[in-house]
Design a protein around this ligand. Structure first.
Ligand SMILES: [Cu+2]
Length: 746
């Protein structure tokens, strides 16, 4: 049967229309799948992708204070299995000024407050110190395993500096820890020091100056180390991770000026204000014709019905714990000091200087503006200057205005949202708060909490009424001589010892340490009544488990000290307030009677922890990172007058070698033989010979250290069942080194 032309045309048309409809279907499906992928990506995307390759090679100092550091290529979404990057930063440290001419008509023209180089702070003019003319300084945001390389350029007129990477452990690079006279020499004015280390510790951290009062003057910034989804415990609990809150207590003069007035005269050590990401209000600013304007505050814009991770960093320098709450919202605390904990619902949260907390807020309230409240406790409370601050939580679509709810220092706690986490001067004895040992670590147990400790150190402290020769000179204006209580300076000391740092850095110049250079409570006498200062060092064997029992004797004031340990994270196994007058002996007795309850299973990991006044906090760590590591009160005014001690972990030979030509410093005196008139000429060649031979010996010494270190590394690798090829490589390097040493010793 023949096919009519009409039916042929019809069939073709039908075929065509079916092809077209199928194509449409395919296009539509592809479109839908792409849309789903885009939506999925944007919801699961932790943050951003790099704009370009900016920051993957050294950055010209000329542009360091004019570029947008948020564009850094290392600020990216961390992907499973992706290769780490080398992340470069250039930090120029300068003396500078708040509300400088760079601020033009701020705050009368609010956009002027956000001009480059304008540091608005709280609108009060003052001298300060900043990195790249920003406060906080540039954020370092990387993925775990990246290498962070920071050129620290000291452009101060007369002060030295060092930079500490608070929360990073520097395994194998302890000389990058940034502690003056412990891990390095201070960087002198005019000099550049290149920090170079692996971002090994994930989480919310920060960088800050570790000298004098520079942190309090503005030298701090966030250091965020993100992880790929596979190792992110809490990735399903939030949609966005883009908000960082850096909290600082703020005074209106240089920290040094405040310190001197407090320690030598009747000046106080209280902060009148707080800043959130460098912004805050204090008093309305008066302009021409008596017009008044408010300073800008930090604003966090969020999308309704999404969950946001906030990263809180406490960069404070005085004794000003901060209580954080958000009107009408609950906080879900998920992490502290970079280590995740089981989510805890909280009405509010208290953080102490040096601590970090990550919390999630679900944006489940009507589209509007809400206050985020920051309230200073202790030396910032209503007995003194009632320091407080707010930031704004703005839902997208809300009007650009502030909530009508009044802002004052006082705040009523709303327990229907949960309890307060980390409350001031409370431990596990408290029923109406959640103290740190009650948090549950997401990390598995390890030897630090499963093994009996090899060492137990009791460290008790308080403020003592002693003649500290720095501030109350005996027989002239001694502690008991001066009448005004404001002139009597109480000295905070650990085991009745004030830390006196050497004139050279212990870690890189450990060959200079003299046999009796260190002290501890067993080597000193009479320090309970007299003022004692020496290089307070506690020595432990490598790979041992150390328990620290921190005891606040609780006599004068209700002060509260946050302790920070470098090089490690510890397990917080106990925290309790007992009374207003306790001693190490009493705590030992309680322990003997079994009255101290250590919560060992899944105890939270932290690096900064508070101790209730008249109470104790017990922490444990596995000393597997050889080096000299500081443990101290993170209140600058306390640390700077010696409320610190050092852990020496391992023997000097077990510590990693320092790079060649690492900067040196120390005492120098003209010796008698150098003093003789023409000795320089006559002894010139001998001096050179001597120098050469010293150099030679030094080199052999270093190689020897390196060899021992490699041996150690080899042992560790064998234990951790490393691949054969890496063991072979280490053996090969070790063989070459030992041959070199033999050859050079001949
Ligand atoms: Cu302190």
């Amino acid at each position: 049967m023949g096919i009519s032309p009409f039916s042929m045309i019809l069939t073709t048309v039908l075929d065509l229309s079916s092809i077209l409809s199928r194509t449409r279907m395919i296009i539509w499906n592809v479109f839908l799948i792409s849309l789903q992928l885009i939506i999925h990506e944007s919801r699961s995307e932790i943050i951003i992708t790099a704009y370009d390759d900016f920051g993957l090679s050294p950055i010209d100092p000329e542009i360091a204070d004019v570029i947008d550091w948020k564009r850094h290529a290392c600020r990216r979404t961390c992907k499973d299995g992706a290769a780490p990057l080398d992340c470069y930063y250039t930090f120029k440290l300068e003396f500078y000024y708040a509300m400088s001419k760079a601020c033009y008509n701020c705050p009368f023209n609010i956009t002027d407050c956000f001009r480059p180089h304008c540091i608005p702070a709280d609108g009060i003019k003052r001298s300060l110190l900043v990195v790249n003319r920003q406060m906080p300084g540039p954020a370092i945001e990387v993925c775990q395993g990246d290498r962070i390389i920071v050129d620290m350029i000291n452009l101060l007129h007369s002060e030295s500096t060092t930079m500490h990477w608070h929360g990073q452990h520097h395994l194998a690079t302890p000389y990058m820890d940034g502690v003056p006279y412990v891990s390095q020499c201070p960087i002198p004015p005019g000099a550049t020091f290149r920090y170079n280390y692996i971002a090994s510790e994930a989480g919310t951290h920060f960088w800050h100056s570790h000298i004098g009062f520079q942190r309090g003057d503005g030298v701090f910034g966030s250091l965020i180390v993100r992880v790929p989804p596979k190792v992110n415990w809490h990735k399903d609990l939030y949609d966005y991770d883009e908000h960082i809150l850096v909290v600082a207590d703020w005074v209106h003069e240089l920290g040094l000026t405040k310190f001197l007035a407090h320690h030598h005269s009747d000046g106080h050590n209280k902060a009148p204000n707080l800043l959130i990401n460098g912004l805050g209000r204090f008093i309305a600013i008066e302009g021409e014709n008596k017009t008044l304007a408010e300073m800008p505050i930090s604003t966090f814009v969020v999308k309704s019905n999404f969950r946001y991770r906030f990263r809180l960093i406490n960069a404070e320098f005085l004794n000003c714990p901060i209580e954080i709450s958000v009107d009408n919202h609950t906080l879900y605390v998920i992490s502290s000091d970079g280590r995740d904990v089981g989510p805890i619902q909280a009405e509010s949260l208290v953080s102490y200087a040096g601590e970090r907390f990550d919390f999630i807020i679900e944006m489940d309230q009507p589209v509007d503006n809400y206050w985020m409240r920051f309230r200073g406790l202790m030396d910032c409370d209503e007995r003194f200057l009632s320091a407080y601050q707010v930031a704004l939580l703005r839902y997208e679509g809300a009007p650009e205005e502030e909530p009508a709810v009044e802002v004052t220092y006082n705040r009523v706690q709303n327990d229907s949202y949960g309890l307060q986490v980390n409350a001031l001067n409370k431990g596990i004895e408290s029923n109406n708060s959640i103290s740190i040992p009650m948090l549950i670590a997401m990390d598995d147990d390890d030897v630090s909490n499963t093994k009996e400790p090899d060492y137990q150190f009791y460290i008790s402290y308080d403020f003592y009424g002693k003649d500290n020769p720095h501030f109350n000179r005996k027989n002239l204006y001694g502690f008991h001589q001066v009448k005004d209580i404001r002139q009597k300076l109480f000295t905070p000391q650990l085991n009745h010892i004030s830390m006196k740092l050497p004139s050279f850095p212990l870690m890189p110049e450990r060959n200079l340490i003299k046999p009796n250079q260190f002290c501890n409570s067993s080597t000193v006498e009479g320090c309970e009544s007299d003022y004692c200062a020496c290089t307070h060092v506690l020595q432990v064997k490598i790979n041992s488990v150390v328990e620290l029992i921190l005891i606040d004797e609780g006599v004068p004031y209700d002060a509260n000290h946050p302790f920070h340990l470098h090089g490690y994270q510890f397990r917080v196994v106990a925290m309790e307030k007992i009374g207003s007058n306790i001693t190490a002996a009493k705590v030992k007795e309680l322990d003997k009677q079994g009255l101290i309850n250590r919560r060992l299973t899944r105890a939270p990991l932290k690096d900064t922890v508070t101790v209730p006044d008249g109470g104790y906090t017990i922490v444990r760590f596995h000393a597997d990172n050889p080096g000299y590591w500081l443990v101290f009160c993170h209140i600058e005014f306390h640390a700077e007058i010696g409320m610190a001690l050092i852990f020496k972990v391992g023997e000097n030979e077990e510590m990693p070698p320092v790079p060649r030509n690492f900067p040196k410093c120390g005492d120098w005196k003209l010796t008698d033989d150098q003093n003789e008139g023409n000795s320089e000429i006559t002894t010139n060649s001998t001096t050179i010979d001597k120098e050469e031979s010293e150099e030679h010996n030094h080199l052999i010494d270093r190689l020897d250290h390196l060899l021992k270190y490699l041996e150690q590394l080899l042992k560790l690798q064998m234990k951790s069942s490393a691949s054969n090829s890496s063991i072979t490589l280490i053996l090969f390097v070790a063989c070459i080194l030992s041959s070199v040493i033999r050859a050079r010793s001949l």
